[in-house]
Design a protein around this ligand. Structure first.
Ligand code: COA
Length: 569
């Protein structure tokens, strides 16, 4: 019996040694290193590189000016009113108390609200982003009450809905820091009635809960009228004594209706809502206590994060080329684009890249790489999206979808559509149309996560095939040099008939001027056609965070429910 057992044990050991060596082989096969890209800057490329660099520095100056404008929120007077008279913390200090590390906060659309027809609304009056709380990535939506009392402009509504959409698409918990006077009344018609207006945020809260996306509100200011539903519809709410108020109509309305004088605290303060109405679940004496309480609530979300997830910054080999060189690779215009593999080599682990169809359709570069250990499929423009390039793109996108590999699009599309000046060109263009439609379809239907970074131009239908905003990427970021418009500035002539009269020329000139103004990255970001402008040298970090964020949903333990948690007694 004993001998028999030993034999089995020996056999087992041998078998396990065999199995282990095959595991080691399999693992090393999976780990096998992709080829290193040889993409050092060549002397012949230097003049283009320098011209790009000069342009990028101009864009970075504008970037810094806008950052400073946003940092000031609603201005000195409003900040003083907020901190001294109302004794509240500023929105960024609130985030500091809540987040594990505020340097790690992936702020979204920070330039939203700048340069709009109705004026500048710094950060759209509401900070949004994704940060770690107790190790868990959460979407944060935080009103900035220094900007017109934290009221909702149309762009604020858009920003909040986009943040909720990100929470839904990536299944991230959502934390609302509520401090808002509700709708910005002069623009009520652009905020209230339509599907994607204010009410949609409440609708989303309900369906997000049913989708098991946990949501918590911290009431650290006013929640008036429509705003009162925001905390009441979250799954759990914390309210701060003397600072938080929730009511449908404030004291002036009560006075007007009944003649009764009532304080905000009596009408809808933290005591009333925690002890009598039950609209909130936790009472906090001050903001610090409220954020500590919120951190504890987040620990009950029942995610089990693997330990290795805690520090991802050192995961993966660093690229062999400096990320600072991306500043000179960011094209000032399409004709200043250098080989996109030079950009790829400054983003991927060890500058390694397993290229797919390297010799076919070379105006699109496709292949696999790792970014901080995350395997991704890269699709990058390297010229016009030709017939062959579009077929290759379609093939590669479907391949990544089949293998569940997230896609990274590096977008720099041609400035204008291909012209049709002869019948043979018309035939070529029809074929091109079919190939591009096929790629668009592959991109639209791919169920893997997609991230798009516009590193140059975002023009015409090519930009849809390269997963532009309408194609629903999980995240879409712009470099500061990016240009977003139907056709690039200087190419308006391609949109109008080629008549040679003076009137026509004037029209082209006016349109080109308009394209110049309306295509800048900051114009786009002010209107939230993207998730923010990022610095080229930060791209690898932003991609790492985005990929970590997308992956987190794997670690949630609870199962999907049919109903939302809403019934408060
Ligand atoms: N629409 C448009 N502007 C508004 C506004 C609203 N709903 N609520 C406040 N504001 C403006 C104020 O006019 C003021 O503008 P100013 O800086 O140009 O003077 C600014 O926001 C700050 O408001 P103020 O009242 O001075 O600050 P506060 O800190 O004392 O109070 C609120 C802020 C939000 C509590 C208070 O303004 C309030 O109760 N507003 C009305 C809320 C309401 O009834 N909303 C209904 C929406 S359906």
């Amino acid at each position: 019996m004993h001998r028999c057992f030993t034999r089995f044990a020996d056999q087992g050991r041998q078998c396990s040694v065999r199995c282990m060596s095959s595991v080691v082989r399999k693992r090393s096969a999976l780990r096998s290193a992709f080829p290193v890209l040889d993409v050092a800057l060549q002397p012949i490329q230097r003049h283009v590189y320098e011209a790009n660099l000069r342009n990028t520095h101009i864009c970075l100056k504008k970037y810094s000016e806008l950052k400073e404008k946003v940092r000031k929120g609603g201005g000195e007077k409003a900040v003083a009113r907020h901190t001294e008279r109302n004794r509240k913390l500023l929105v960024r200090d609130r985030l500091r108390l809540l987040l594990d590390d505020d340097d790690d906060f992936l702020e979204l659309s920070s330039f939203a609200g700048l340069g709009l027809p109705y004026g500048d609304v710094p950060a759209a009056g509401c900070l949004t982003g994704i940060g770690r709380i107790n190790g868990l990535w959460c979407v944060l939506i935080a009103n900035d009450a220094t900007v017109k009392g934290g009221t909702f402009y149309p762009i604020t509504v858009k920003k909040q809905l986009r943040a909720q959409e990100i929470a839904i698409q990536n299944r991230l918990p959502c934390i609302y820091l509520v401090d808002s006077g509700g709708a910005f009344l002069p623009l009520q018609s652009e905020i209230f009635p339509d599907k994607n207006h204010g009410g949609r945020a409440f609708y989303n809260e309900a369906i997000m809960s049913a989708m098991r996306i946990p949501q918590v509100a911290v009431v650290c200011g006013s929640c008036t009228a429509g705003g009162a539903y925001a905390p009441t519809m979250t799954e759990e709410a914390v309210m701060v004594h003397r600072i938080g108020t929730i009511f449908l109509g404030g004291p002036p309305l009560v006075k007007a209706a009944t003649g009764e004088e009532v304080s905000p605290e009596e009408l809808g303060g933290a005591r009333l809502h925690a002890e009598v109405s039950g609209c909130v679940d936790h009472f906090a004496w001050d903001e610090k206590e409220a954020f500590d309480c919120t951190r504890n609530i987040i620990s009950t979300f029942n995610f089990q994060l693997p330990e290795e997830e805690e520090d991802t910054s050192t995961r993966g080999e660093e690229p062999r080329y400096s990320s600072e060189e991306l500043l000179g690779l960011a094209p000032r215009s399409y004709s200043y684009s250098l080989d996109v593999k030079m950009t790829v080599g400054r983003l991927t682990d060890g500058s390694r890249f397993q290229e797919f169809k390297a010799r076919y359709g070379t105006t699109l570069v496709t292949g696999f790489a790792k970014i901080h250990g995350h395997l991704v499929g890269i699709v990058a423009n390297n010229g016009a999206l030709s017939y062959e390039a579009a077929l290759k793109g379609s093939h590669f996108v479907q391949l990544c979808d089949q293998r569940d590999v997230p896609l990274l699009f590096l977008q720099n599309t041609a400035p204008a559509a291909a012209p049709t000046l002869s019948t043979s060109q018309a035939e070529m263009n029809s074929n091109l149309l079919k190939a591009q439609a096929s790629m668009m379809s592959a991109v639209a239907c791919a169920s893997v996560p997609k991230i798009t970074v516009v590193i140059g131009g975002c023009h015409g239908a090519d930009s849809f095939a390269m997963c532009g905003r309408a194609f629903d990427p999980n995240f879409l970021f712009l470099w500061p040099n990016a240009r977003v418009s139907l056709t690039a500035p200087g190419h308006a002539g391609s949109l109008l008939s080629p008549d040679d009269d003076e009137e026509e020329e004037k029209q082209v000139e006016t349109l080109n001027k308009r394209l110049e103004e309306e295509s800048s990255a900051f114009f786009s970001s002010g209107r939230m056609w993207d998730d923010g402008v990022i610095l080229p040298q930060d791209t690898r970090k932003v991609l790492r965070d985005s990929l970590d964020i997308i992956k987190q949903q794997r670690y949630q333990l609870s199962t999907e429910k049919q109903q939302s948690v809403l019934l408060r007694m």
